[in-house]
Design a binder for this molecule. Structure first.
Ligand SMILES: Cc1cc2nc3c(=O)[nH]c(=O)nc-3n(C[C@H](O)[C@H](O)[C@H](O)COP(=O)(O)OP(=O)(O)OC[C@H]3O[C@@H](n4cnc5c(N)ncnc54)[C@H](O)[C@@H]3O)c2cc1C
Ligand SMILES: O=C(O)[C@@H]1CCCC=N1
Length: 389
């Protein structure tokens, strides 16, 4: 093993989509950058694997709308640089109780931010969206420019372009120790690396790493059952037939939202998931076998997606790392300014990763970030009782 110490401008821990995009921006800015991951790449044990994610602007909060707008430009840039297609436009169908606060807030945000959308009346719903039953009392809108992001391909593309700018990736190297200082020292099982700054983008393992630098964040790690459901009539919910992604707010069957993506990666199978899960240790994800959410989804499928067989054909696993307010953490370490943390992406961070990577790279270079990061500061948690930390 090579135990020699090498010095970098920046080390990024975690080669998921957030760390990979951070490294990409750093290398573009001519910073000598090392991207480390504990597993050999690619892997399916974190949060960025799988073929698809939703990209949408329909958010309640203006700051997320602006960040997605910026991300669209950077996704397009990566598509050009890597010579791959990363997004397909399908639209996003949003359904929710007409009188629910969150549904009304997203609706107003769509209108106020000029997000391209069609507001569907109940009597015209099935003509626009066949094979879906709109719940009585629910309203519906379609954000027309939303779509599907090709996730695995995006992670590969960001890493490839990073390497093209001279960035180094070392995989299969778990970080076991971090020593803060004006030069940070990082030890893995097979190397010691030094850098002027460090970015921690370790997904579900964030708190494990933060123990080395005297910090804990209120993060909850959830195992998500990623369910794929068979179309009774092949193609009826497919990306080829321009079936949209969807989000169902306040489904009758459960507390949390349900969302889905048109059939694409596994022909004839639509991805439809529950936006929550059961707590897990990230190293023992597969020991968490709770499937109560799958029963909830089955009942929802019977009621609202009658063209799907109500038993999943494929169930895969993924993890969310959730903060109490479901907003991300994008900040400096409170004591060590040259340690930057990107965490708590709360099951909705993929679409923002080009901008997340940009602002994390800016923080680590000591620059003023391009976006207002006040919603993402660590000190918003300081009112949490100690027991919740
Ligand atoms: C089922 C599911 C559906 C989702 N749907 C959407 C969606 O539709 N739209 C959307 O925008 N977002 C969505 N998300 C959220 C999005 O995928 C995540 O926010 C994003 O992938 C988080 O990326 P990350 O880089 O923070 O984490 P990860 O991808 O987990 O990356 C962290 C990396 O750090 C590495 N690491 C950890 N500890 C160490 C260590 N000690 N040493 C070295 N390496 C280490 C890990 O191995 C891992 O590779 C979804 C997530 C899931 C699970
Ligand atoms: O981020 C997204 O758009 C998806 C859908 C809603 C729940 C989480 N992820």
């Amino acid at each position: 093993a090579n135990m020699a110490s090498e010095e970098y401008d920046c080390i990024v821990i975690g080669a998921g989509i957030q760390g990979s995009f951070t490294a990409y921006h750093l290398a573009k800015n001519k910073k000598k950058t090392l991207l480390l991951d504990q597993f050999f790449l690619p892997h399916s044990r974190g949060s960025s694997h799988g073929q698809t994610r939703i990209i949408r602007k329909a958010y309640e909060e203006d700051f997320y709308v602006h960040m997605v707008e910026g991300s669209y430009e950077l996704w397009a840039r990566l598509e050009r640089e890597a010579g791959v297609k990363l997004i397909t436009r399908t639209g996003l169908l949003l359904m929710g109780p007409e009188n629910a606060k969150d549904f009304q807030l997203v609706k107003s945000s769509v209108q106020n931010n000029g997000i391209p959308a069609v507001f569907l009346q109940r009597h015209e719903f099935s003509q626009h969206i066949p094979n879906v039953n709109l719940t009585p009392g629910d309203g519906a809108l379609v954000e027309t420019t939303a779509g599907v992001l090709f996730a695995d391909r995006a992670v590969r593309a960001a890493q490839m372009v990073f390497q093209g700018y001279g960035g180094e990736i070392k995989d299969g190297q778990k970080v076991l120790q971090i020593e803060p200082g004006s030069v940070v020292t990082v030890k893995t099982g097979s190397g010691i690396y030094r850098a002027k700054s460090l970015v921690i983008a370790a997904g579900a393992w964030c708190n494990e790493l933060l123990t080395h630098v005297g910090l804990q964040l209120p993060l909850q790690v959830l195992k998500i059952n990623v369910c794929y459901w068979k179309e009774k009539v092949p193609g009826s919910y497919s990306v080829k037939n321009r079936f949209p992604c969807f989000i169902q707010l306040h489904p009758k069957e459960a507390e949390n939202d349900i969302y889905g993506l048109p059939s694409n990666e596994y022909p004839g199978l639509m991805k439809l998931c529950y936006h929550s899960g059961s707590e897990t240790n990230p190293d023992e994800r597969d020991k968490q076998t709770d499937k109560s959410d799958v029963e909830v989804l089955s009942r929802y499928v019977v009621r609202c997606f009658p063209g799907l067989v109500p038993v999943p054909s494929v169930v895969e696993s993924c993890m969310y790392t959730v903060t109490p307010d479901q907003n991300f953490v994008l900040d400096h370490h409170p004591t060590y300014r040259n340690i930057v943390i990107g965490a708590g992406f709360s099951g909705h961070g993929f679409k923002f990763s080009p901008v997340v990577g940009k602002v994390l790279s800016e923080l680590s270079m000591g620059q003023v970030p391009s976006y207002d990061l006040s919603p993402f500061r660590i000190d918003r948690f300081s009112t949490q009782p100690k027991s919740a930390l």
